[in-house]
Design a protein. Structure first.
Length: 139
């Protein structure tokens, strides 16, 4: 069995945003040479997420509205976490809802997606560098 590991780095210019990282993950898969196996993609920061969904801008606006309803950024005093001097209590909750990682099957050297599926990096406390791990195992 072969194993491949690569870190992807992101620095979004806003506090929150969504980036389709499918092309970068597909590039990693090509570099790995693995034809059959599993591809793990996970955010390596507690206020960021990796998830699979449709690449449709209206849906991304819906995510933003829905997450702000569940865990609004302000007022900062609403979160005990922010008593530590942070202002990102909401980002931790948003990450918990959207998830840490995704695993995609690799079949015949390709990510084995269903219709419309794409991999996204979700940022909930941006304006600084964060990384995503891509780990591929298989033959």
């Amino acid at each position: 069995m072969k194993s491949y590991r690569k870190e992807l780095w992101f620095n979004l210019p806003a506090r929150r945003g969504y980036v389709n990282i499918t092309p970068q993950v597909e590039s990693c898969l090509r570099e790995s040479g693995i034809r059959e196996g599993l591809c793990l993609v996970n955010a390596m920061h507690i206020t960021a997420s990796v998830f699979i969904n449709d690449d449709e801008s209206g849906l991304h606006r819906d995510f933003e509205r829905w997450l702000e309803t569940l865990a609004p950024e302000k007022p900062y005093t609403r979160y005990d976490h922010n008593l530590s001097g942070e202002d990102n209590g909401d980002a931790h909750l948003k990450r918990s809802v959207m998830g840490r990682e995704t695993i995609v099957a690799v079949t015949s050297g390709r990510l084995d997606f269903g219709p419309w599926e794409q991999i996204f990096y979700g940022e909930f406390d941006g304006l600084r560098r964060k990384r995503v791990l891509v780990k591929i195992i298989g033959e």
